[in-house]
Design a protein around this ligand. Structure first.
Ligand code: KG4
Ligand code: ZN
Length: 361
């Protein structure tokens, strides 16, 4: 089963061809991502209109490259999968409309994919991540703990009540003058810094459950940075390292709570991480310790499949296609792009968390 995947929900224009083997394995035949953060740099974050226009200019070339690199032609492709939300709606519209046009022209099924499902299933492309598993989804727009019982069977255990983890990294980087995208720059700056110089807060330490909060951390970082007239490179490195440590500790502590709340207690107990922030090595190593202490296995996809990519969208499409979930073409063609689209319903009685204020939302 061969699927072309298209991803345009934020600033990356991505297309990929993947094959789902008969045994459920995945072969990524091509994976093209056009990332150009330069266009947005002057504005200090992703500008929706700039992103949408650049998707219009680049998507056809990116798809052509993905098909070419796969060594296949449109005739060999069984279906097209495209991100239909959540995300910057202008960009989602470009990707979904392009996918609809290709489906019409080539008479192929269309799978409208929830971007978060793409992240949720991404580890299954490269790792032995059988269902069920606990998913820690940490990206620029979302921070959630989800119980993944099976394909299309997701239950939310926790979410952020304010900022997303990636948003906190991006805002901290902006504050420290490190530029965007913030996550990798904070990680690089923190290498030479002292993580114990600042004792940043432990958010929601006394609150039950496994929700997250990053806004207090952000304020503490701002106060630390503004307490100095002209922070030196060492000061910046120390703040970056202390912030990264506090963010990692918060993610690890809440994940440990979710392990206690996870419905299935049977072996094997797997924690899968996904989303751009899952590329962070300090976060990964702290989660790895939590897993070790609690008898869980950490499954982390390679960093290039943690950040946004077309392969995860193609793969989610392939999994759905294999499960017979492709809708009739008339239904698929009438699907609208969605700026908001929760992957899993909140637990009963829980408030709907935030984390949707950033550029990635
Ligand atoms: O999953 P993603 O590519 O896009 C969304 O769907 O949001 O995640 C992007 C986010 C950005 O906030 C970026 O700063 C963060 O992931 N990120 C990182 C790292 N690499 C990317 N955060 C921390 N450490 C990293 N190495
Ligand atoms: Zn994403």
């Amino acid at each position: 089963m061969v699927v072309l995947g298209i991803e345009t929900s934020c600033d990356d224009t991505a297309a990929s061809v993947v094959r789902r083997e008969g045994d459920g394995g995945c072969k990524i035949l091509s994976d093209e991502v056009w990332t150009d953060h330069g266009d947005h740099a002057a504005f200090g974050g992703v500008v929706p209109e700039i992103a949408a226009r650049s998707h219009v200019e680049r998507l056809d070339v990116t798809i052509e490259k993905a098909i070419g690199a796969s060594g296949l032609s449109f005739d060999d492709i069984d279906a097209i999968a495209a991100t239909a939300g959540p995300g910057l709606v202008g960009g989602v519209m470009v990707g979904l409309t392009t996918a609809k046009a290709i489906c019409l022209a080539h008479s192929k099924p269309l799978l409208a994919i929830n971007h978060l499902e793409g992240h949720a299933l991404s580890a299954r492309m490269t790792e032995a991540a059988g269902f069920p598993y606990l998913l820690l989804l940490i990206s620029g727009g979302h921070t959630q703990l989800i119980w993944v019982a099976g394909l299309a069977d997701y239950r939310r255990l926790g979410t952020t009540i304010d900022d997303a983890a990636g948003e906190a990294f991006d805002k901290t980087a902006k504050l420290l003058g490190l530029g965007q995208p913030g996550g990798p720059r904070i990680e690089a700056a923190a290498v030479t810094g002292r993580a114990d110089r600042y004792d940043f807060p432990k958010p929601l330490a006394r609150r039950a459950g496994c929700d997250f909060s990053f806004s207090g951390l952000k304020t503490a970082v701002r106060e630390a940075a503004q307490s100095m007239a002209a922070p030196s490179q060492t000061d910046i490195a120390d703040i970056a390292a202390s912030f990264q440590f506090a963010a990692a500790r918060h993610l690890a502590q809440r994940t440990e709570r979710a392990m206690e709340m996870a419905p299935a207690k049977d072996e094997p107990r797997r924690l899968v991480i996904a989303g751009g922030v899952a590329a962070n090595s300090v976060i990964k190593s702290m989660l790895s310790s939590v897993c070790e202490c609690n008898g869980w296995t950490l499954i982390a996809p390679p960093p290039k499949y943690c950040t946004d990519n077309g392969a995860m969208i193609a793969w989610a499409g392939a999994e759905r296609l294999a499960a017979g979930m492709a809708p009739p073409i008339t239904e698929a063609l009438s699907l609208a792009p969605r700026a908001r689209w929760p992957l899993a319903p909140p637990p009963e009685g829980a408030e709907i968390g935030g984390g949707r204020k950033g550029p990635k939302a």
